[in-house]
Design a protein around this ligand. Structure first.
Ligand code: BGC
Length: 391
């Protein structure tokens, strides 16, 4: 096992708050990565996990600024969202490019660039993060409620519609981890007295239907598949149990899924996204290593969880930045060079990696909330993205 000194583990958690704060715009948006041109935008998915980590660490204002950014994006698109839901009810065909986007500029606009933008999970995930925040800190959700209601109605209407997955691929399938994010968002919305009784009941029914759909499909082979009807494994499936709770962490279906992920996608701590990954040669993702650790912590496998924390910390740069992925064990080494040429070195720091590390460090008691951030130099203002090279 890779080991890192306790003081370093703690410092990296405290520094993660600083990295995230530096990557947050005054509008509340979190840049996915400040140094990687293609990621100088804010994603609902990454942001939901980042806001949740900041909320856990006691950074209430940061998390709420992000929730405000999300709510503003939804409210600004109210007419479009209501029209989409209406067309869905009427059975109309909707083109992929008519749906809400997965990522936006810091001031909440579409990027104007080609991207695999139709992803539903983020519109559920931020509701989950908002609910966790509300329960943790007893904070009112009124400022976000109008946007949150639109998000809940949107994911309820399209809950079983195919969309791009967490990795922005495979648009023709219904992805289990996407369904789980929608489930968690709907379950949260169903519990909010601030929403109308109608919407709460739609949300509650939608969540129950999704849970049934996923369980019925998983029962065919005893574990969760990457997409409904398929067989492949994907590390994003960890989230179906931890943190989204669509299947209990100790359910036999979860146990079999984690075993399949361990067998196919884990190398001594590092976690691949899926077996056929070729992006940057298919490295091991730090956020997934920490997510697996979080799951281990939630089922009492503390030593395994600690191993994951050490593994992530051991892959920090000398400056204490956490990359998106590392290339110790590439799945497709012959595909690494083309990505380096196209987009430059792997995104570093990736805010989502820092968020998941911080969450795991808090879960394991390496740091306690409120976490005192390490601030090395004054914060530079976050700026808008330059034009992105084509994918
Ligand atoms: C990942 C997405 C992520 C985005 C920004 C992509 O490469 O596949 O899951 O949202 O990067 O971090």
């Amino acid at each position: 096992m890779v080991t890192v000194q306790r003081a370093q583990l703690e410092r990296l958690a405290r520094r993660s708050i600083d990295v995230i704060a530096r990557g947050q715009a005054p509008t509340g948006a979190y840049l996915a990565s400040p140094n990687f041109p293609v990621y100088r935008y804010s994603w609902f998915r990454d942001g939901a996990f980042i806001a949740d980590a900041m909320s856990r660490a006691g950074e209430v204002a940061s998390a709420e600024a992000f929730f405000g950014w999300c709510a503003g994006i939804l409210e600004a698109r109210r007419d479009r969202i209501e029209a989409l839901i209406e067309r869905r009810r009427a059975g109309a065909t909707i083109d992929t490019d008519e749906f809400l986007h997965a990522r936006y500029t810091l001031d909440g606009q579409e990027t104007g660039e080609e991207w695999t933008d139709f992803q539903l999970d983020g519109y559920g995930a931020w509701l989950w993060a908002l609910d966790e925040h509300r329960r943790r800190h007893g904070r009112p959700i009124e400022p976000f409620v109008a946007g949150a209601a639109l998000s809940a109605a949107y994911v309820a209407a399209f809950r079983d519609h195919p969309s791009y997955d967490w990795w922005e691929e495979n648009p023709d399938y219904r992805h289990t981890s996407t369904l789980a994010a929608i489930f968690a968002g709907l379950r949260a919305a169903a519990s909010w007295p601030e929403l109308s009784a109608d919407l709460r009941s739609t949300a509650s029914q939608g969540a129950a239907e999704l849970a049934e759909l996923v369980r019925a499909d998983a029962t065919r082979r005893g574990r969760l598949p990457k997409w409904l009807g398929g067989d492949a494994v994907d590390a994003s499936l960890i989230a179906v149990a931890t943190p989204f709770g669509m299947v209990a962490p100790d359910d036999p279906i979860t146990i079999a899924t984690i075993e399949a992920i361990e067998a196919d996608l884990v190398n001594a701590g590092g976690v691949h996204r899926y077996a056929l990954d070729t992006y940057y040669g298919g490295g091991e993702w730090l956020l997934l290593a920490a997510l697996l650790g979080w799951h281990y912590a939630s089922v009492g496998r503390t030593d395994d969880a600690l191993r994951q924390l050490h593994w992530v910390a051991a892959h920090a740069t000398t400056d204490g930045d956490l990359p998106e992925q590392v290339d110790d064990h590439l799945l497709a080494p012959e595909r690494q060079a083309e990505w380096l040429k196209r987009w430059g070195p792997v995104a570093t720091p990736l805010l989502w990696s820092h968020a998941m590390y911080l969450t795991l460090a808090l879960e394991l008691g390496v740091v306690q909330a409120p976490v005192e951030p390490v601030t090395e130099t004054p914060l530079e203002p976050v700026t808008e993205a330059p034009a992105t090279p084509a994918r």
